[in-house]
Ligand binder design. Sequence first.
Ligand SMILES: [Zn+2]
Length: 340
Amino acid sequence: MSPRKSYIATDVDFNRDGKQIATLRLPYSRNTSGWGIIPIPIAVIRNGSGPTVLLTAGNHGDEYEGQITLNNLVRTLEPRHINGRVIILPALNFPAAMAGRRVSPVDGVNLNRAFPGDPDGTPTQQIAHYVTTVLVPMADAIMDLHSGGYSMHMIPAAIIYRPNTAALLDRVIGAARAWGCPLGIVFDDLGERRTFDAICRDLGLLKLGTELAGAGTVSVEALAIAETGIWNLLKYFGVLVAEPPALRHPRPQPVPMRLTEITGPEAYVYATGSAIFEPNFALGDAAQAGQIAGWQNYLEEIDRDPVPLRFHKSGMVACSRGPGRVDPGDLVALVVNDIP
Ligand SMILES: [Zn+2]
């Protein structure tokens, strides 16, 4: 039996030189549009036979810095800047991005838990399948830009999902250093197998991610890191062969990257009740195992002592809760440790 093909169609010719801006057409029959589609924007900029870099944002719709950065890149990157091919999708899960939500409003599916995807599945599962079977096989290097989203606030960081070999880990760390973010975090996402990272890991591909601020906001500091970093990275991969245009959010100086890792489940602190979380730290603080990370406050029992939540591990706090309200299982703090 031949592999099931994607229903997603496009007018883009991935092998043509020049700059093409088009859509991926995902058939989506719904009450309001029987023979309608979901139009996912895509840009392909190609000149010559150099490497292919795949850049995506809007995997999660409520993570904005990457979406803005790639939108700007589509308008400013021209074929004369490059030797190779750059494939750009600023709103990979288009319905989620248009709604400003982490998961898609059309099927309730989180794209980054839908890989490798299903060509006969829901729209989000079909996007994952198209990425896995059409876009990824064309790429020599991949970057998927995330931010903390509504629920989390992150120190801007390059995210390195631990590959299977030490040689590839060295290459991804090299790309992360070129990207120029002050913090790099190596992790395995608690063993996740359903992410964009995981399928790239299984294929042995160079894949870099980001976490850029969050809490549903747009950070100008993170925009500067993302915009400068994208052009740095295109140069590092040998694709950029001309001076970049004036940047909208330039950074004065590149900063050396502090390389850290998430060691395991003990790095995460979760809420245990429905309450207001009162933090006892700021992002970037040094935390000690056993120290109080914050307290859960109960408005419905104002004579009840707030319940402390403690760090399980010493390290630097790299992530905090976005909104003030928490429910059991919400992440309130995450610590990372320097890689010696
Ligand atoms: Zn994300």
